[in-house]
Each structure stands twice: as C-alpha cells, then as structure tokens.
Design a protein around this ligand. Sequence first.
Ligand code: NI
Length: 159
Amino acid sequence: MALRKVRIMGDPILTKKCRPVKEMTERIKELIDDMFETMYQEEGVGLAAPQVGVLKQIVVIDIGENPVVLINPEIIETSGEQTGQEGCLSLPGKYGIVTRPNYVKVRALDEDMQEFELEGTELLARAICHECEHLEGKMYVDKIIGELQDVQEEQDDQE
Ligand code: NI
C-alpha cells in the first residue's frame, strides 16, 4: 500500500468523466487499497479515483461505520433533503453549505465485481452523492449555498 497524491481543485483531471471498470486487476486492487490509505491519512470520509489522478469509476467511503468500495456506481433512488456542511480533500481548508437528498440508494460492483445495492441516509447519503459526482467531473463548489467558507480549526469530516 502507498499514499497517493490528492489532486487539488484547478487540476483538469477533476473536471473529466471517468470510465467504467471492466474487469478487476491487481493494479486496480492496489489502487483501491491506496485510496483507502490516502483517505484515512487525510482524515476524509470519501475519496474518488480522479482525486488521485485515475479516471476510473471507483469511490471509497468510510463514515466511521465500515469501509465501502463502489465500482461503477449508479444512484438509483433518492428521497428527502438535507442541508449542511460539505468539504472535499481536493479543496483543503474550505467548506460550503450544500443541499443533498437525505436518502440515497446506489447500485455498484464490489471488489469481486459482484453487483450490490447500498442504502444510506444523512452523512452516508451525502458522501455517496459527493463521490459519485467526482466521477462525472463535478465538484460540490458548484452547488453551494452562499460563499465558500474557511475551516477555522479542527473541522469535521471532509469528503
Ligand atoms: Ni470530494
């Protein structure tokens, strides 16, 4: 395992659409391990492959409950609404207020390329939406209500 360099907003790779993963390889397994290691090191709750410079549809999420890998994720259901703070490892030291669905159901492949569905509410729903948008080349800053804010001190989770 190794840490990977997190790309910062302004890097063109963060605006590109990612390609689906067609088959699991040793290289992709290593990428996923590295993404987890990098996310934990940076104290994030989610990380998408383009954030470490790889244009593949892979995200890792861990909101403190259990680690999840989503390969080729597709959000298939949303409901409700939540409005709250959101940050991103590709924009360190900043956060903004973003409205997201309060419930999300996502269909994806796991590390064995087996299809599964995951439901999330609150922070998990927010993280799923945020990370899936990275795969489309989008960042949360386009959705913020009001201004981007500076993180004052030890701030909570960044995605
Ligand atoms: Ni992010």
